[in-house]
Design a protein around this ligand. Sequence first.
Ligand code: G
Ligand code: G
Ligand code: MN
Ligand code: NA
Length: 259
Amino acid sequence: HGLTTALPAALERGEFFIEYQPLVHLGDGSVRGAEALVRWLHPQHGVLGPDRFIPLAEHTGLIVPLGRWVLEQSVRQARDWRERRGEPGPLRINVNLSPCQLTHPGLVQDTVDILERAGVSPEALCLEVTESALIGADDDLLKPLRRLAEMGVDIALDDFGTGYSNLANLRRLPVSVLKLDRSFTQSMQQFPADPVDLKIVEGIVSLAHSLDLTVTVEGVETGAQAEQLRILGCDTAQGWYYARPGPPDRLHELALVDA
Ligand code: G
Ligand code: G
Ligand code: MN
Ligand code: NA
């Protein structure tokens, strides 16, 4: 596959870049942080989204150095926002982790080094792991996540509720954030929303809060959805209603508006 063989050189040549999508507090609408989303500016094909190359990078193992690069860039970016923004409190940064990164022995040390080099506290970082990556996870897989969580890094369960959910399982995972999959947000589109979906979200939120987890909702596209999800008790939201993923300066501007 042409894209696969081009990946290592692309990383060396600096063809990857990161867009940031704000995470907004549902209670007061303030920007609290951003999720880092990687893209590839391919010399022939133009901008490629992660769905086009992350699976290839996972297959070849390049995801480890690529993921480390994304983490380093994102953490430095968070430091930069914080310095430019000053007072209103630091913006937090969410970075996606592939399952292969979880099994790589360098994960904890790399993360510690990156945070220290940038002078960013672990509390400013949230690592997103998909629910499916942790299905049936044994202790060896959970150990590095536990170490990171003990240091103060937040671990988020991404795409939560997409089929494999085992709510009882949540108790043994070192997660502090649930990212509710955007299918739940989509079912809030109609007014009134489906009463069963409302009950499900209500139940997830109440369970999450009783376990001291924060709930972030994805894919918010309308103000009505945001309002409904706020009423249901969700804490933070992400979606096109607030902003599409964009360059770091745009995130800085969005965060300044409501600072
Ligand atoms: O916004 P977008 O279409 O770019 O995101 C698509 C998917 O790609 C999301 O599920 C997101 O989790 C994943 N993704 C984006 N950036 C990264 C990254 O740096 N590492 C990994 N492993 N996945 C990412
Ligand atoms: O990591 P994750 O799978 O959650 O990545 C988020 C994905 O959802 C990215 O592909 C991002 O571009 C996409 N996305 C973000 N906001 C919205 C939205 O409001 N609507 C839809 N349909 N997709 C969104
Ligand atoms: Mn994510
Ligand atoms: Na997601």
